[in-house]
Design a protein around this ligand. Structure first.
Ligand SMILES: [Zn+2]
Length: 167
């Protein structure tokens, strides 16, 4: 015999799930279990709700990115649907940061460059969130990278044509 550590909790959503309460003092487990039951949806429902929120959030960001692209005459990107979605969001965030930065004196040059980078993969490779965070990038870095983008695009277009000719 022993004092139970795993307690079945009837969560708010109506599902029951067993929760390990071994880190709670034995005399407090019942009241903790009641608190969980009154406060939370079960872990599965909680997870699903959060995924739903993430999807809604990314859809909203994709819509914002489309608006931004239209108002700044940025072209439709090239790549798979998922690449286009994420690259458009990345492009919106970085180009907007440059445009909004009052310290940028060549906004037009940056926008002209951004309009030439149609390759979704370029935005994802160079300006994805991890890259930006790990390297502590700011709008001056975005500006510098975007200005080098057209050359990368031109190089890619050339290889692309060559590959097609080879076939
Ligand atoms: Zn549930």
């Amino acid at each position: 015999m022993g004092i139970p550590t795993k307690i079945s909790i009837p969560y708010k959503c109506g599902h029951k799930a067993v929760r390990d309460l071994s880190d709670v003092e034995p005399g407090k487990r019942k009241s903790r279990a009641r608190w969980y039951a009154q406060t939370f949806d079960c872990p599965k429902c909680f997870q699903e709700a959060r995924q739903q929120e993430n999807t809604q959030d990314s859809n909203q960001r994709a819509l914002d990115a489309t608006d931004f692209a239209e108002s700044h005459e940025l072209p439709e990107l090239e790549g798979s649907d998922a690449q286009i979605k994420w690259a458009s969001i990345i492009r919106h965030e970085t180009v907007a940061a440059v445009v909004d930065d009052e310290g940028t004196d060549d906004v037009d040059a940056v926008l002209t460059a951004a309009r030439q980078i149609r390759w979704a993969g370029w935005w994802m490779d160079n300006l994805n969130w991890g890259e930006r965070k790990d390297n502590d990038m700011d709008s001056a870095d975005f500006r510098e990278l975007i200005l080098t983008g057209p050359a990368a695009q031109a190089e890619r277009d050339e290889t692309h044509v060559e590959t097609e000719n080879d076939l």
